[in-house]
Design a binder for this molecule. Sequence first.
Ligand code: SGN
Ligand code: CA
Length: 559
Amino acid sequence: MKSLLRFWIIGLVGLASYSCQPKEESKSDRPNIIFIMSDDHAYQAISAYDNTLIETPNIDRIAKMGMLFTQASVTNSICAPSRATILTGKHSHLNGKIDNHFPFDTTNVTFPQLMQQAGYQTAMFGKLHFGNNPKGFDQFKILPGQGSYYNPDFITKNEGNIRVEGYVTDIVTDMTLDWLDKERKKDQPFLLMYLHKSPHRPWLMAERHMEEFTQKTFPEPATLFDDYSTRPAAAEAEMNILTHMGWSGDNKLRPDVLKQLGIADVGGYDTSRFNGQMNRFTPSQAENFKKYYDPISEEFIRNYPNISQEDLMRWKYQRYMQDYLGTIKAVDENVGRLLDYLEANNLMENTIIVYTSDQGFYLGEHGWYDKRFVYDESFKTPLLVAWPGKVKANTKSDALVQNLDFAQTFLEAAGIPAPADMQGESLLPVLTGNTEKWTRDAVYYHYYEYPAEHMVNRHYAIVTQDYKLVHYYFTQDYWELIDRVKDPQELKNVYEDPAYAEVRADLHRRLDELRIKYKDSNEISNGYIDRLLDDALEGKVWGISKERAEEIKSKRSIN
Ligand code: SGN
Ligand code: CA
């Protein structure tokens, strides 16, 4: 009798849910997810945040349709670790991808695998940078490592390794649109990861933008001539535009011009890499490049004899901005192509569109390029999310959200339970205006890639809306306290200032709590501590000689 009753109840419930939600519809109810991520795209270079440097009307469309996050950040400001955190929903110390050097551990569970298992069609195009192929994708075409701007190679799921002639940002978009058009299954929701190489170093813009962007001048940031006083790790870093940026590979002066002027090239991206890039061009691409870049070299020869160090810094900054922002122009145009496609094909309605970057970037602030530090320009990252009907148009949030949160956000949106060991929080309450359900008031940060190119010492930190408390360790051992409200440019370490004694004690307590909450500890960091140094001692770390590694080894101490 009991079982008969159960049969009836199940039958009734089944019938009821069937009558309000026919099967196909319940499938298509689950939103599609389009995750657009660029590489090293500073929020200062998106006009929805700030239009001082560039207009990005297409990326801005996402903010106009949805929400712009002003305090989105990463847990570890470097490429592959950020991507690993995004895919696993775990901090670097738990997913194991602490730096760019060692490959990603593919035994990690990633959210695309879970979505694929739950019936999502999944695809990835562009830059991954894991040292191995992504799991959980029905289709992928990824760049090997950093990839190339011109005539890039791709590792593909079904066609082996291929080389495609053209400009990388256009090609990755062509692949993406092609997939949407020809391979997308209309009866399945999809997860699409559309991942640009731009605007990563060496900042090679598309041919069509060279004329305009090599002529532009840009306002300088207030801290271009930062002297790094009170911040020893900042002083040690090797990412100053004047002293570390390559003259040829980065600033694109012709190697013969450097020779003629007696300038020794500097930085990782030097003459040999410049020549390598030139060799990659087709004859017509090379001709076009020379047409716009040769005059820069010629002018430099004329001006160099009388130029001061300050003006050289200014010149290098302008050259950097022209190229960096030039690459963003193509990203913006191509994001526009994708949005147009979605509009034209009725795909806007039930699709979550995210635009973000794997981390932020310095555009001359503190005299720098690159990232890695917990200072705002690289700790924060752009985040714009549209979901028509669900996320209110034209809204802003200053919630302390992180790349750690994407996995759980997407899983919740798709109705898939998140594994208990994921460490983020779903952003749905913030996105849908239920902010009372969002209580996070501090985030945790930990950067590890040292000794390595750019020489940014290891550090971990707590960041709140008002402060940052940072511990630098490994070869340096000291604390930094930044007052984010009074010192938004982050120039002054007030750790020893008695006026901050209480704040400091409170932040120490909260940092300890966060480290427990996220399961980080000195024991875990010490487990990773010499991995990179050991490889550097064998000459296996890009940018670090064996002699340098020996010198660092003699200085290093356990945190
Ligand atoms: C390359 C760049 C660095 C950059 C790293 C990491 N040098 O090594 O400037 O910091 O990538 O970037 S280059 O001379 O090869 O251009 S990341 O975005 O992949 O983390
Ligand atoms: Ca990056």
